[in-house]
Design a protein around this ligand. Structure first.
Ligand code: ADP
Ligand code: MG
Length: 586
């Protein structure tokens, strides 16, 4: 008996499928690429059950006749060979004729297509790589591909899929990228019967279309903080939209890079982009849709269809052009504007030193589970100089300074309290206390607050909706992109803009609900809610000031706000005396 066995064809095809398609979004990506390759001007996508139920892509491209339709499902079937001079560039561009073959191997597939001039349209149906039927179809321009019951015959792979919400978010992101990369093609995305994206092509040029898409995709508030950037060097152009340094986001979910209009994940481009902001980021992240146009011979798209990395031949040039463009367009211009109005020396942005890419700093740290929430870790914050027993002292309220600080007499010295930080600390502890006792007092809002989110932010919020309810926040959805706050913990008070920031921030920092530890979730929400529900520059009445201090005395950590900044400091009687060059305290 020979030991070597030849694997049966269906096993081989499933293995091949595993390389090309890992999850519903990879199926969608391949189908969209085929539609774009077919010259479509309009693409409609319908998704059911996060892509496991159905992925349907309809285009108005050139279509296939009966013969091509049959061939398209075979392994290494491609009509794209004649476009390329040799096999090398064929492989480089990922045209391997494997996508339909692989998708067919792990789904129930139907392809319907009509090519102009043919006697009729045709449809082909099958499952798990076996053709079941071929039928005539109406002569509707273009191609419709329906992949149903994905991974129905590979249960092991089906198990690897993430939650519906994260698969959906990935599907949405795939369409967003295709739509940003192909501004001349209209896209529509429907998920479980609801229209999620509608991106028609508009009259007008590239910028009109880019702006209108960016506004739908990023959501109005993120888009509102972005500016147009453009730069050029020999053989290379960079353009697009990027966040102004004063309008950064909590995470990098809203970053899209394209090389010659193909979405890429390039560490070099990202680092160059960040470098352009110099020191203005402090842990936050700009949103962007950045397009780099290069001579096609000067980069190499990775041949693995899933990896989107690219290799550039002129790395230093590219790095410099991207970072200089960002710096010139966003910081240099802004500095000029600031210097005209602000006193000299107030605001200075250093020009980014642009070292060669190889010497560039490590990529900015990925956002940790807790995000940039804790601006400074509380553990690292120094203990402020305060008499150890200030809690035991009678504190006499003296008044308020700059509507921001509360002044108390304490042990013949002065206790200065940051009212904002102190309120945050007190609220934070009260809320966590109510939370752990399961007794959060919830206050319904007479008029719900609303905010617009990007589609993927909305997906995250929906994933967290049930948990947020246990945290006292009742969130609803209206339409694909508007979130409503119907009720909130009575401890908090949100204005509309504060709620927008609160939810926008949460949707960016929260990952998978089931992955985060309960304590961490509670801390994140408490920190953010406190931060957003308190305004600095508020007049505080004397009784309120006294009550706040009583509460602060009872707090577990009265010395720091939840972000780790100090809540108070003390000037002792002798400190004050020294300033008046007196030898002793009064
Ligand atoms: P590749 O795109 O690498 O050529 P695929 O397996 O994705 O391989 O597709 C095989 C072939 O089927 C394509 O080369 C093309 O001729 C045809 N095809 C697939 N999708 C479409 C479509 N939406 N419209 C027209 N032709 C298509
Ligand atoms: Mg293809």
């Amino acid at each position: 008996m020979p030991e070597i066995k030849v694997l049966p064809e269906d096993v081989v095809s499933k293995i091949a499928a595993g390389e090309v398609i890992e999850r519903p979004a990879s199926v969608l990506k391949e189908l969209l690429e085929n539609s774009l390759d077919a010259g479509a001007s309009k693409i409609e996508i319908e998704i059911k059950k996060a892509g496991r139920g159905l992925i349907r892509v309809h285009d108005d491209g050139r279509g296939m006749d009966r013969e091509d339709l049959r061939l398209s499902l075979g392994r290494h079937a491609t009509s794209k060979l004649d476009v390329f001079e040799d096999i090398y560039s064929l492989a480089t561009f990922g045209f391997r004729g494997e996508a339909l073959y692989s998708i067919f191997a792990v789904s129930r597939l139907r392809i319907t297509s009509f090519r102009a001039g043919a006697d009729s349209g045709y449809a082909i149906e099958g499952e798990g790589g076996r053709v079941i039927a071929e039928l005539p179809a109406p002569p509707v321009k273009g191609t419709t591909i329906e992949a149903a019951d994905l991974f129905f015959n590979t249960p092991a792979r089906a198990k690897f899929m993430k939650s519906d919400a994260s698969e959906r978010a990935q599907l949405i992101k795939t369409v967003e990228e295709a739509a940003l990369a192909n501004l001349g093609v209209s896209f529509r995305l429907v998920i479980d019967g609801a229209e999620i994206l509608s991106l028609p092509t508009l009259p007008g040029g590239l910028w009109e279309n880019l702006k209108s898409r960016a506004s739908s995709i990023f959501g109005k508030s993120t888009y509102g903080g972005m500016a147009r950037v453009e730069g050029k060097t020999t053989g290379m152009a960079v353009y697009g939209l990027a966040s102004r340094p004063d309008a950064l986001c909590a995470t990098r979910v809203n970053q899209h890079f394209f090389v010659n209009r193909r979405p890429v994940a390039s560490a070099l481009l990202r680092q160059a982009f960040y470098r352009g902001y110099g020191h203005m980021l402090s842990g936050r992240h700009p949103a962007c849709a950045i397009f780099v146009e290069l001579d096609p011979g000067s980069f190499d798209a990775n041949i693995h269809p899933q990896k989107r990395d690219v290799k550039f031949s002129g790395e230093n040039e590219i790095f410099k052009t991207v970072s200089n463009t960002i710096y010139e367009e966003l910081l240099s211009k802004q500095t000029a504007a600031v210097n005209m109005t602000a006193p000299a020396g107030e605001v200075k942005f250093g020009s980014p030193d642009v070292p060669a890419y190889r010497e560039a700093a490590a990529p900015p740290p990925a956002v940790a589970e807790t995000g940039g929430l804790f601006d400074q870790p509380a553990a690292a914050a120094p203990q402020p100089a305060v008499p150890a027993d200030w809690r035991g002292h009678e504190l006499k309220y003296l008044g308020q300074l700059a509507k921001s600080y509360l002044l108390f007499e304490c042990e013949a010295g002065l206790l200065v309290v940051d009212q904002h930080a102190a309120q945050e600390r007190v609220l934070f502890e009260k809320y966590l206390d109510e939370f752990s006792k399961g007794s959060i007092k919830v206050q319904p809002l007479l008029v719900p607050l609303e905010t617009e989110l990007s589609r993927s932010q909305m997906e995250t919020v929906l994933k967290w909706r049930d948990w947020l309810k246990t945290a006292g926040f009742e969130i609803d959805q209206r339409g694909p992109a508007v979130a409503l706050l119907r009720a909130a913990p009575a401890l908090f008070y949100f204005t509309q803009p504060a709620f927008s920031e609160f939810l926008g921030y949460l949707s960016e920092v929260l990952g998978e609900p089931e992955k985060a530890a309960e304590d961490m979730k509670r801390n994140i929400i408490a920190t953010m809610a406190c931060k957003k529900s308190i305004k600095a520059h508020d007049f505080v009445k004397p009784q309120e000031a006294q009550r706040l201090m009583e509460d602060l005395k009872k707090a577990g950590d009265g010395y720091h706000c939840p972000h780790g900044r100090p809540t108070l400091f003390h000037l002792s009687g002798s400190d004050i005396a020294r300033r008046f060059q007196r030898s002793a305290a009064l």
